[in-house]
Ligand binder design. Structure first.
Ligand code: COD
Length: 297
C-alpha cells in the first residue's frame, strides 16, 4: 500500500461500518461523511446540533435525510452520546466533528464509559508525501503531550498495529531527535537510545526501531551516506516517533501546508478507533481518515 487512494479502495471492500460523529455541524465534515456513505464505507450517525447540521446540508445540497440523527445540547453531550453508542454496539467507531480535541478525548478517557483498554491511547497520522516514496506515519502529534519512555514504546506498538492492519509485514521505526548521536544535554537523544535498547526485548522481529535519528537521516539514504551514519533503516522509515506533541504537531502541519501531503489520522489503543481530524482539515483528509478508521475497526 503506497497511496491514500489504496486505503479508500481497501475500505470499500469491507463490510459497511457504523460511524458515530460527535458534533456533526461542520461543512467539510458533512461533505466527507456523505461521500464516505456514497462510497459504501460507512453508515453515519449524526450527533450534535441537528438543526444546524440540516441547514448546512441544504446549503451544500447534500442529502442526509436517511441518516440516523441524535440531538445533543452541547459538545460534551455529543461526545458522551457518541461514546455510548459504542458501548451499546450501535456504532463501530467514532469521529470528532466540530468539537475541541481535548473535550472529546477527556470523555474517551472517562472510565465510566468503558472505551479505554489497559494501555495508552495515542494518535497515529499517515501521510502520503510527494517527496517520499512510501507512506509515512507520524506519532504522536495529536494526543500525548510529553510521553514517558514506557509510553513511547506503547505509542510505537499502536502505530505498528495500524500498519499491520494495512498488511505491512516489515516495519521500520525512527525515534526522532535533533541528531544521531547521544548528547546528554538533549534529552530526546538519550530517550531515543533507551527506546532502541528496550525494543530489543519485544518479541517483534519484523519491526526495527532505531534512535536517535534526525529527520533527514530517517527519510533520506543519501543524507545518511553523506554523514557516514550506519543504519538498517535510513531512507526506508515507515514510522516517525516524536518525543513530544510540539515536534509532532510541527512536522505534521509542515507536511500538510508546506509539502502538500495527503493524510489520514486516527487514535489507537481504545476499544474502537477514534477519528481525530483537525477542524481546519479539508474534506478529503476527513474522508481519508474515515476510510482508515473503517479498515481498522
Ligand atoms: N491514554 C490512556 N490514558 C490516558 C491518556 C492516554 N493517552 N492520557 C491520560 N490518560 C489517563 C490518565 O492516566 C488519567 O487516568 C486520566 O486519563 C486523566 O489524565 P490527565 O489528567 O492527564 O488527562 P486530561 O483529561 O487532563 O488530558 C488528557 C488529554 C488527552 C485531553 C490531554 O493529554 C490533551 O489535552 N492532549 C492534547 C490534545 C490536543 O489538544 N491535541 C490537539 C493539538 S495537537
Amino acid at each position: 500500500m503506497n497511496t491514500i487512494k489504496d486505503l479508500i479502495k481497501i475500505s470499500q471492500k469491507q463490510k459497511i461500518k457504523k460511524l458515530a460523529i460527535a458534533s456533526s455541524e461542520d461543512e467539510e465534515l458533512l461533505k466527507a461523511i456523505v461521500e464516505a456513505a456514497q462510497l459504501k464505507i460507512i453508515e453515519p450517525i449524526l450527533i450534535g446540533d441537528i438543526k444546524k447540521t440540516e441547514e448546512i446540508a441544504i446549503k451544500l445540497n447534500l442529502d442526509i435525510g436517511k441518516y440516523k440523527k441524535i440531538k445533543a445540547e452541547n459538545n460534551k453531550e455529543s461526545a458522551v452520546k457518541a461514546i455510548k453508542l459504542i458501548k451499546t454496539g450501535e456504532a463501530d467507531f467514532i469521529m470528532k466533528g466540530l468539537i475541541d480535541t481535548s473535550i472529546l478525548l477527556k470523555e474517551v478517557l472517562n472510565k465510566e464509559y468503558g472505551l479505554r483498554k489497559e494501555g495508552l491511547l495515542s494518535h497515529v497520522m499517515i501521510y502520503e508525501i510527494p517527496n517520499y516514496h512510501k507512506l509515512l506515519i507520524l506519532t504522536d502529534g495529536g494526543m500525548n503531550i510529553n510521553p514517558t519512555i514506557e509510553e513511547r514504546l506503547t505509542i510505537i506498538k499502536n502505530s505498528v498495529n495500524v500498519l499491520e492492519k494495512l498488511g505491512y509485514e516489515k516495519i521500520n521505526v525512527a525515534c526522532l531527535s535533533a541528531k544521531e548521536k547521544v548528547n546528554l544535554k538533549i534529552k530526546s537523544t538519550v530517550d531515543a537510545k533507551k527506546i532502541e535498547e528496550l525494543w530489543k526485548n519485544e518479541a517483534k522481529s519484523n519491526v526495527i526501531v532505531e534512535g536517535p535519528l534526525a529527520l533527514d537521516l530517517a527519510i533520506s539514504k543519501n543524507a545518511a551516506e553523506i554523514k557516514g551514519f550506519k543504519s538498517d533503516i535510513a531512507g526506508e522509515v515507515d514510522i516517525l516517533l516524536v518525543p513530544n506533541i510540539e515536534m509532532g504537531n510541527g512536522i505534521g502541519k509542515s507536511l500538510t501546508y508546506l509539502a502538500k501531503a495527503k493524510s489520514a489520522g486516527v487514535v489507537m489503543g481504545a476499544k474502537v478507533p477514534i477519528i481525530l481530524v483537525s477542524r481546519s482539515d479539508d474534506y478529503q483528509t476527513k474522508l481519508n481518515s474515515i476510510a482508515l478508521g473503517s479498515v481498522i475497526s
